[in-house]
Design a protein around this ligand. Sequence first.
Ligand SMILES: *Cc1c(COP(=O)(O)O)cnc(C)c1O
Length: 803
Amino acid sequence: MTFINKEDFKRDFKNKYLQIHGEEYTSGTLEEKYVALGFLVREYITKQWIETKKSYDKDKKQVYYFSMEFLLGKLLSTSLINLGIRECLKEGLKELNIDLEELEEVEEDQGLGNGGLGRLAACFLDSMASVNIIGNGCGIRYKYGFFRQKIVDGYQVEMPDHWLKGRNVWEIKKSNKGIIVKFGGKVKVDSDNGRLIFTHINYEPVLAIPYDTPIVGYKNGIVNTLRLWSAEPLNNEFDYLAFSRGEYLKAIEYKNSVEAISQVLYPDDNYLEGRVLRLKQQYFFVSAGIQSIIRHFKKNNNDIKELNNKIAIHINDTHPSLAIPELMRILLDEEGLSFEEAFYITENTISYTNHTIMKEALEKWPVDMFKSILPRIYMIIEELNERFCKKLWDKYYGEWDKISRMAIISNSNIHMAHLAIVGSHSVNGVAKLHTEILKKEEMKEFHKFYNEKFNNKTNGITHRRWLMKINPSLTRVINESIGEEWIKEPERLIDFKDYVKDKDIINSLKVIKLKNKIALSNFIKESMNIDIDPRSIFDTQVKRIHGYKRQLLNVFNILDSYNRIINGQGEDIHPRTFIFGGKAAPGYLFAKKIIKLINSVAYVVNNDKRVSDKIKVVFLENYRVSLGEIIIPASEVSEQISTASKEASGTSNMKFMMNGALTIATLDGANIEILDRVGKENIITFGLSAKEVIEYYKTGNYNSRDEINKDNRIKIIIDQLSNPKFNKDFSDFQVIYHNLITANDEFFVLKDFNEYIKAQDTINSLYKDENRWNEISGVNIASSGFFSSDRTINQYKEDVWKV
Ligand SMILES: *Cc1c(COP(=O)(O)O)cnc(C)c1O
C-alpha cells in the first residue's frame, strides 16, 4: 500500500525545498524544512484526496459534521502514520541529516476549540475517514484560536493565539467557492397566486470563503475534507461604499464588522455568554455550510426531495442548530417546497448531540436581538414553534405550563436545545449516564413526546493519535504480543488481557512508563526548572478549569497530605507528583482563583524541605493537545473527579486509560463505563452518586457547614486558604471561601472530601506492589478498545446516519 520509497522521497524533498525556498535544503532552518516537508506531504495526500472525491458514488450517502470547534492539534505526524509512510520518511530524512521529530515539533497546534467538545470533533473526523465514511467537517476558520495561557506570579494571563502567523501548509483556500450569507435587513412578503413569496432586502452581505484541510484515513486511501469558513467583505460592496459615494470610513467599518465574524474563538466552555457576535458566527458557518451542501447536491441530483437519502447533517451541540431553519429556508424560499415537505426533509436529514445538562450552558437567544439579525430565520422558527405547540396542545390539552416549558420560543427567548430536538430525527447523549439523565430528568418531557428520537452514543477517542502516535513503545509491545489487527479493530485490544500477568509484559510496561515519566520530567525541568522524581507517582488532572471538574478537591487532598507529613503522620504516603494543566475562561473568576491557588500551594509545598521528598506540585501552562500528548503517556493516576451528574462523558479519562493510568473517579460520565469494562478491582471510585447529587439539589438538604464542623482536617485546610504563608493576598481566596460556605459548596467538594482521601490512600497502598500495579495498568490498556472513536462512529453510522 506504500506509494513512496525512500529514494523517491529524498529526491522529492530536495526538489520541493528548492522550489519553495530557492536554495539547497542543507542551509535551511527547521521552520523552512518543516514547510517544505509539509507541502510535499500535502502533495502526496492530494493524489488520494482527488481519488476519494472521484470515487464518490452518486448514490452513496455523505455525512457532514457541523461543529463550532475542531481541536485538531498538530497534523503532520498523524497524517504520516495514517498514510503509512512515517517510518519511510523518517529514515529518508535521517539520511539527509534531518530529524523528523524535530520538524514535527515546529508545527503550530491547530487549536480551534476549547476542550472536549472540539477534540471530539477532531477524533470523529479521523475515525470517519478511517472507517471509510465520506464524512466532511464544517466549521469556522478562526483567525485566533483558543488563547495562549501564561502563568505570571501564579495568575493566568491570556495572550492571543496567532496560529496562522507562520504558514498553514494543510489548508487550501477555495476562492471560487465563496458563498454569500445575509444579515440584518427586512423581509418583504408578497403573494403570488395565493402563495407567499419572501424576499430578504436591505441585508448586509458577508462573503464566506472556504478553506479545505485534508483528513487522511488510516491506510485505506481515503482522504476526507474539513471545510472551515472565513468571513470576508464583499469586494464590490467594499469598493462601492468607499469610492462611489465617498464613504470611506463606512467602508472600513463594514470591512471590520465582517471580518470580526471569524476573528476569534469564544473561550467559554460549558457556559453561554449570549453575545451578538457569537450568534452571527453560528449563522455564518451554518448558512455557508448548508448552502454549499445544497449547491453540491444539485450538481449530482435533480430531485431535492431525495436530500435526506443522500445527505446526513450532524450538529455537535446546539451551536450549529440554526442548520434547521436555514435548511428550511432554502427548501421553502429557493426550492419552493411546502412547509410540511420542507420539514420532513429537514427532520430526516439532521441529527443532534447534546453535550451538557448544565443550565448555565444551555443556549438561548432573546427574540428581539435574534429577529433584528436574522429576520427570515426568525419567521421560520416562529412557524416551527407554532406548529410544534399545536401538536403539544392536541396531546396535552389545557396543560399550559407543560406546553410553555417545551416550546421553542418562551419568555421572549428562543431555546436552541428545543429547536434542535424538534428539528432533528435523532437526539443523543454522550455516555450512558448522561443519556439516562436526559431521558429521566432534564428532557423527560421531550423524551415522553419523542421517545424514538433519543439514543446514546458513548464518546470515544482516536487510538491512532492517543496511543499509536504518543506512545510508540507501548504500541510496539501490544503489537508484539497480540499482532496488529487491533489497529483496524480496536476492540480486539482486549486480547492483550491474556498477557497482563506475564512477567516480561509487566516488566515492559514498567520500563515504558518510566521512560515516558523521565521524558516528562525533562520537559518540566526545561520549561519550569522544577526537579521532579521519576520514581514518584505521577498523578494528573489536565482539563478545563471549572467548578464542576473539582480541581479544588484535588488541592484539598494535596493540602491534607502536606499537613499529615508535617505532623509526622505521612509514613504511608508514597512520593507523588501532582500535575495540573488547564485554562480558565477569562471571565470566570472562581476558575482563575483555582489556578492561583494551585500555584500558591505548589510554591509552599515545593519549597518546604520537610515534604520535598514526598510531594511536588506542578502547574504546566498552556494546556493543549500537544502538551497532553507528552503528559498522558507519563501519567499513572488519572484524576476524573467531577461532581457526579455534571460531566456528560469526559474523554481525557479514556486517553489516560489507554496509556495505562489507573483512574480515580466519581461515578460520572464515561467513568461508569470504564468501571464496567475494567471491573471494580482495576479502578478506584468514590463519592456521591449522580442520583444523590440530583436529590440534594432537589431537596436542598445539604449544608456545607456541617461538613466543616464534622471534620477537623477540612477546618484546618479552610483556615490555610487565608494563611498569608499560602498567599500574600488573602483576598485572592475569598471567592473560593465564598463558594464553599456562602454558596453552600455547590459542587460538593466538602461532602466528597473524606471518601476522596480514602481513595487516595488506596492508591498509596496499591502502588507498593509494583507488579500488581502494572498488571492493573495492563488491564486498563486492554479494556480501552471500546473507547476508540471508531466504535462510536460505527454506531452513529448504523443507528443515526444510516450510510
Ligand atoms: C481530551 C482533551 C480535553 C478534554 O478533557 P476532559 O478531561 O474530558 O474534560 C480537553 N482539552 C484537550 C487539549 C484535550 O486533548
